[in-house]
Design a protein around this ligand. Structure first.
Ligand SMILES: *Cc1c(COP(=O)(O)O)cnc(C)c1O
Length: 376
């Protein structure tokens, strides 16, 4: 019998920057109420499930062939969706799609980052930006935020001028804080980034459908170094599908094709995404319900006595606990009551995803009990 235990990752000849690191991922614990990964709590509606089966069956008949490498039909429908909802006309040649927006971001960093280059983000933010940077050999620079988690524009402009990053990430609404970014802030940072380098500015709009504000999509007009990335994982309720996309100047779409693997989007994925896009109106109806539940979480958490960060996403950041230890202890106590929320490593804060009304009630009961316990 061979024992596998004597050899670990660090005994392999892996890249130095990966030594001693752990893979990304929230705990997938089997508890009744899971509000930790910003998924949409509603399963896909049955008519859509049937439509997916039809379109996938059709695709299956052609699986002996490679899929449409350029995903023309899917990108055309994504462009139509963006044009309809983003207050800005977008065409096929402005849109690119991949397996989740994480893959879109990876392709962007493979194209515009890489060894000897750097990317900057304003933290706390989506930790995958730094991890994808590491995976692509891109240096990472952590930029500043204000105490209320908005971007400190002047400090950010100074950081850009000083470090001259090749790629700048702006997440709006931001994960894990829920904070939306003003168009003027994006324009100021874009200008600073162009003056410093010029560099590529990526607006990660994974949660924009849940926002009180319009998409920043119109800002791509006349700015070839500005990219908006989107996903079907959140608002479309299709995290399991793995479909993300970007909108930008056609030159950016041409550029990422230099690094994308041929046939990266399977015919099954393209068929499934196209079926989901046929049901956009139904899916966006769930988004309206979730926005109302998000707003209810904000007001009830405040009524219980928690601090809440203003949220434009399908989740809410709440606290304030006593540092990293306090938030971790609170996370555990909420978990003991059968509700899984997210400890993002922002000291003193936790994040809860808006679920169904019943799930949110269970969460509110748990934090109400926690508050009582802590103030007695
Ligand atoms: C969830 C999330 C994504 C989505 O990733 P997918 O790969 O499309 O599932 C992207 N950006 C942010 C900020 C997110 O929170």
């Amino acid at each position: 019998m061979t024992s596998y235990d004597t050899v670990g990752i660090d005994d392999l000849p892996i890249r130095d920057e990966l030594r001693g690191k752990s893979p990304y991922g929230a705990p997938q614990l089997d508890v009744p109420v899971q509000l930790n990964t910003n998924e949409n709590p509603y399963p896909l509606p049955e008519p859509l499930v049937r439509r997916i089966a039809e379109r996938v069956a059709e695709a299956a008949r052609g699986l002996n062939r490679y899929p449409d490498r350029d995903a023309i039909e899917l990108r055309t429908e994504l462009a139509r969706y963006l044009t309809r909802t983003g207050k800005h006309p977008v065409a096929l040649r402005n849109v690119w799609a991949a397996n989740g927006s994480n893959e879109v971001l990876q392709q962007l960093l493979q194209t515009f980052g890489g060894p000897g280059r750097t990317a900057m983000g304003f933290e706390p933010s989506y930790s995958m930006h730094a991890l994808i940077a590491r995976g692509t050999g891109t240096g990472w620079i952590s930029g500043p935020r204000n105490d209320d988690f908005t971007i400190d524009v002047e400090a950010a402009e100074r950081a850009i001028a000083e470090h001259r990053p090749d790629v700048v990430f702006i997440t709006s609404p931001n994960n894990p804080t829920g904070t939306a970014v003003e168009a003027e802030t994006v324009l100021a940072l874009h200008e600073a980034a162009q003056a410093a380098k010029p560099s590529l500015v990526v607006i990660d709009e994974a949660y924009v459908e849940f926002s009180h504000r319009d998409s920043l999509l119109p800002l791509i007009e006349g700015r070839p170094n500005l990219v908006v990335s989107r996903t079907m994982s959140k608002a479309f309720g299709a995290a399991g599908l793995r479909l993300g996309y970007l909108a930008a100047h056609p030159a950016v779409v041409d550029a990422v094709q230099l690094v994308r693997l041929p046939y990266h989007l399977s015919a099954v994925t393209q068929a499934t995404a196209l079926a989901a896009l046929e049901h956009t109106d139904t899916l966006l109806g769930y988004v309206e319900q979730l926005k109302a539940e998000r707003d209810r979480l904000v007001s009830e958490l405040r009524a219980i006595g928690y601090e809440v960060t203003e949220s434009d996403a399908n989740f809410v950041q709440f606290g304030h606990f006593d540092g990293a230890e306090g938030s971790h202890a609170a996370w555990q106590k909420i978990l003991d009551r059968g509700v899984l929320v997210r400890d993002n490593g922002v000291p003193g804060w936790l994040r809860v995803t808006a679920g169904t009304p019943e799930e949110n009630d269970a969460f509110l009961d748990a934090v109400r009990a926690l508050k009582k316990e802590q103030s007695s």
